[in-house]
Design a protein around this ligand. Structure first.
Ligand code: CP3
Length: 349
């Protein structure tokens, strides 16, 4: 299960909440808070060259990580990077094509053996250096969040070569080549755990496992592809960093949400915006901190559509530790004024 409530504050409201210490108002950060809706991000992105150059240049990654905190009174910074740096570090070609999203050379049962897990961490050195720099620049009361993609979600890109609405390529691969699929998941569990441990050592206060494609799985597949690999990563990380605060965000987990929380041992459960508030409230242990879950399009629309729902979310989780967030990443067309308004509303202003 998740860690017990602390009695002493760390001085960081968001980290305290993740550790089980309820606040009067929820702390807030926004998934994908550094990104294209900010003109200052687009300016740095343009001069960086490729997206991966931006991720691997510590001074630039630090700069774009801090940009949203200069504009908004957010309680956390999230490392600027991507979940696909792991396949890239394993030696799989990854490109971020303009307007197309990420594209990878797909791996299969014969090319799996070309991945180089023993080299992977060396290739992520620049990301760890960015964490050190961000930590030095960040105010004492702000939480620094590290992250990686969870194995299933990363595997869907490695096998399919790109994002897909139903993850059919990876789901079929798991059914037709169970041994090769298990070997791939084992590699991702091992490398991701080592990567997260290194992120904590570099200065991350907590980390999030992005399981963005946890949808479209039957319960058997959900248990083997999502719950078990997430559980193993958390267990490995905590064998080096006892009680490490770890958020799991199994987007689309639906009826498997409570089982995911219980079996993986996440410290915080991230809720997507389709999760009903009363369902979450009544099916999750009252001591379990939750994160979420405003529809990102309500932030685009703004006004009463955003404010009424944000207040309903705050009210629904008022009796437990709650970190306010969107229920998925912020989208590029989001007006900046709406983000300011949301952050003020959450802080009770
Ligand atoms: O939250 C943050 O601000 C930290 C940075 C961050 C990025 N990607 C930067 C990024 C984080 C946490 C991610 C996670 C990520 N990346 C996920 C999981 C979260 C989710 O949204 O489901 C996934 C699935 C990816 C893979 C990925 N990277 C996709 C599908 C895309 C293309 C879609 C898009 O938004 O463009 C990316 C590219 C990417 N990652 C961008 C950013 C800011 C945009 C690239 C650009 O600037 O050209």
């Amino acid at each position: 299960m998740h860690s017990p409530s602390p009695t002493i504050s760390t001085g960081k409201p968001l980290l305290d909440t993740a550790l089980g210490l309820k606040q009067n108002r929820p702390p807030v950060w926004i998934m994908r808070q550094a990104g294209r809706y900010l003109p200052e991000y687009r300016a740095v992105r343009e001069k960086a060259g490729s997206f991966l150059d931006l991720c691997y240049t510590p001074a630039l990654a630090t700069e774009v990580t801090l940009q949203p905190l200069r504009r908004f009174d957010l309680d956390a910074a999230i490392l600027f990077s991507d979940i696909l740096v792991i396949p890239h570090a394993l030696g799989q070609p990854v490109r971020f094509a303009q307007g197309e999203g990420p594209v990878l050379d797909p791996i299969d049962e014969t090319t799996l053996s070309t991945l180089k897990p023993e080299k992977a961490l060396d290739n992520l050195d620049m990301v760890l250096e960015a964490i050190e720099r961000i930590k030095l620049a960040l105010s004492e009361n702000k939480t620094l969040i590290g992250f990686c993609g969870a194995p299933w979600t990363v595997a869907t890109y490695m096998i399919g070569g790109r994002g897909s609405p139903d993850q059919a390529a990876a789901r079929l691969f798991a059914l037709n080549h169970p041994k090769a699929f298990a070997a791939l998941i084992d590699i991702l569990v091992e490398v991701s755990a080592r990567y997260l441990i290194a992120q904590f050592r570099a200065g991350a206060d907590m980390v999030q496992l992005f399981e963005s494609w946890a949808l479209n799985l039957d319960e058997e597949a959900f248990r083997s592809h999502v719950i078990e690999p997430n559980r193993r990563i958390i267990e490995k990380v905590r064998s080096f960093i006892p009680d490490a605060p770890i958020t799991g965000f199994p987007r689309g987990a639906a009826g498997m949400l409570a089982e995911y929380a219980e079996k993986t041992g996440v410290s915080v459960l991230g809720l997507d915006f389709a999760t009903p508030l009363d369902f979450a409230s009544s099916n999750l242990p009252k001591t379990l901190p939750v994160q979420g879950n405003l529809d990102p399009l309500r932030l685009v629309a703004g006004g009463a559509q955003m404010e009424k729902r944000a207040n309903a979310i705050i009210e629904a989780f008022a009796d437990r530790p709650h970190i306010f967030n969107l229920g998925h990443g912020i989208v590029p067309q989001t007006p900046i004024a709406h983000v300011s308004r949301l952050v003020d509303l959450v802080h009770g202003r």
